[in-house]
Design a protein around this ligand. Structure first.
Ligand SMILES: [Zn+2]
Length: 293
């Protein structure tokens, strides 16, 4: 029964926002049909799932990111508050915008960042903001829809997002691949793109365990930052660096959600996984840009 409610709640919510959508196949406008599907003028039909998300991929894409990774990520973010200083900083930037009504998170995974950021902004501004999360991973979006009901969750391709031009006031892209042509198409003229990339000390304690060679332990984001600057008019860049103390269950969650540990042998990780606590460095750069008009 509660699953049924999720689907209907989500379909009702999307009904109020249907004008932002366009069909990923034929580009025509879309509307919600009988609280069951999002349908275009040419009858291309995408059903709301029981959990409330919509799968808008034309064919399924296998990713190597499974349920386990997204559950670990949710635990670390929602219970461990691992990225709390980051999401507060982003919420602060968004609150200073004139009218941040539509926030798109590209590569939202299991949705914790988007959910926390939208809820903070909405509470502080005392008005609703609409959060739309998109990810190519069905497992991620499924977890998002289960945990956070008052948002729009879509399985879709970042290279062809199912929205009309200039619909978004904020586009988030947090530790996730980009598609700058699409970001430029979807951002409105006053809108902001907020991209978060790792900085040199990000998770350095983990990298020191996984890699034997010091040159692999270091990390540079210079190319990513340069590419951002080529595509957007940079408004601000800032670095956010802090240390979080994790208990044993959160250490396990961190290892499960971090791709760099997947290639590491069990022996290497064992000592770390057995620890009662660990101090982990989070070191990120927040890039804020406007579209170049
Ligand atoms: Zn269509």
């Amino acid at each position: 029964m509660s699953k049924m409610t999720n689907r209907i709640k989500s379909a009702q919510y999307v009904s109020g926002l249907e004008s932002i959508f366009k069909c990923p196949i034929c580009d025509s406008p879309m509307s919600v049909y009988e609280l069951q599907s999002l349908v275009c003028a040419n009858n291309h039909t995408y059903d709301f799932s029981k959990q409330g998300y919509i799968n808008m991929l034309s064919h399924p894409i296998k990713t190597k990111y499974g349920n386990d990774l997204f559950e670990a990520r949710r635990k670390l973010i929602a219970e461990g508050h691992f990225f709390e200083p980051l999401s507060s900083a982003i919420a602060q930037v968004i609150k200073e915008q004139k009218n941040p009504a539509f926030i798109l998170d590209t590569g939202c995974g299991e949705g914790s960042h988007l959910s926390h950021i939208c809820d903070t902004v909405s509470a502080d501004l005392e008005k609703p903001v609409h959060g739309i999360g998109i990810d190519i991973s069905k497992e991620g979006i499924l977890a998002a829809a289960k945990n956070y009901t008052d948002k729009v969750w879509l399985v879709a391709d970042l290279a062809k997002m199912p929205f009309k031009e200039e619909q978004f006031d904020i586009i988030l892209n947090i530790l996730s691949p980009s598609n700058y042509a699409e970001f430029n198409r979807l951002l409105n003229d006053d809108g902001l793109i907020i991209k978060v990339v790792p900085q040199s000390d990000y998770l350095k304690e983990l990298r020191e365990i996984v890699y034997d060679k010091p040159e692999k332990q270091a990390y540079s984001n210079a190319d990513t930052v340069d590419l951002f600057k080529e595509n957007f008019q940079v408004v601000n860049t800032s670095r956010i660096r802090y240390t979080k103390s994790l208990d044993n269950p959160l250490i396990h969650a961190l290892v499960r959600m971090t791709p760099l540990t997947w290639a590491a042998s069990e022996e290497k990780l064992k000592g770390f996984l057995d620890r009662e606590s660990a101090d982990i460095t989070v070191d990120l750069e927040i890039l804020i840009g406007r579209k170049t008009i």
